[in-house]
Design a protein around this ligand. Sequence first.
Ligand SMILES: Nc1ncnc2c1ncn2[C@@H]1O[C@H](COP(=O)(O)OP(=O)(O)OP(=O)(O)O)[C@@H](O)[C@H]1O
Ligand SMILES: O=P(O)(O)OC[C@@]1(O)O[C@H](CO)[C@@H](O)[C@@H]1O
Length: 308
Amino acid sequence: MIYTVTLNPSIDYYVYVDTFQVGGLNRMSHDIKYPGGKGINVSRVLSRIGIETKALGFIGGFTGRFIQEVLTQEGIATDFVQVDGDTRINIKLKTAEETEINGAGPNISASQLQELFGKIEEMDNSDTLILAGSIPSSLDDSLYSTMMKRCLDKGIRVVVDTSGKAMLELLRYKPFLVKPNQHELGEFFGVAVNTLEEVIQYGRKLVERGAQHCIVSMAGDGAVLITADEAYVANVPQGKLINSVGAGDSLVAGFIGTFVRTGSVQQAFAYGVATGSATAFSTDLCTQERIEELLPQIKLTQAGERTS
Ligand SMILES: Nc1ncnc2c1ncn2[C@@H]1O[C@H](COP(=O)(O)OP(=O)(O)OP(=O)(O)O)[C@@H](O)[C@H]1O
Ligand SMILES: O=P(O)(O)OC[C@@]1(O)O[C@H](CO)[C@@H](O)[C@@H]1O
């Protein structure tokens, strides 16, 4: 089973305003609400490509009920821990540019956290656990480390997608996959990563520190896969960018879902990139049909041999 953990889910509230004026009264042309949070997005895409998944994490209040309701309608298994406050609402403001305002999220108590740990205790080495998204401020920054240590001991395959310097600390627990975008990769090391050579150079550092696979996503410029022995660069297909929110999560879902199905890292990478782009070219997350339409356009190129 592929489990996702979303510590701080959200309703993603898409607000479309034709001409946005700061300080003025703006009227929406239309609005849409989707269940959000990185792990939940991964589960929604896994389910769309026919891979069994269960979404874990914390939800609460009327917003939490909305998320539960949509996931149930979509046939996605869930086992959320209920919290007292309302799950956050993240605003995705669509004007000429895309602006995001993410909420802080409700408090999580020690006993609610223990309840989540109890669910991880029931997993075994046939399972994959995807830890994706920010850690809410009421929880310790080292929470993913604690979870990953337990997973390493139990032989659970872990994928981790989070930002911030704490990420480097997680690598010692040998995650199966890490997926920073180009900007986040630079942030880990306090540098700007601009060129493909720099992406490969810094991506390799994540692998040297313990990641088994590292995918660096570069939005419309494609993605790079780095393993201990190889590096591959993928292009992106032709299409019109509609919504980049969740594109990275879709890449993760496409990669891990295909790896579990085929055992091929290269096939998984190509499918992952097609999945990310299929979401970037859609209003909501992608469909399997759209992914498979785009897949033939993805070409992998092996990057140069290691020089050091
Ligand atoms: N403009 C685009 N055109 C084509 N494909 C895109 C575009 N933007 C994103 N993608 C696809 O989605 C993948 C992930 O995108 P990106 O690098 O923006 O991830 P991210 O920053 O983690 O996204 P998010 O946090 O919004 O989910 C890319 O590797 C690519 O396959
Ligand atoms: O605040 P976090 O946890 O870093 O990110 C949350 C979020 O922006 O990420 C997803 C897209 O990747 C959205 O569904 C959601 O609103």
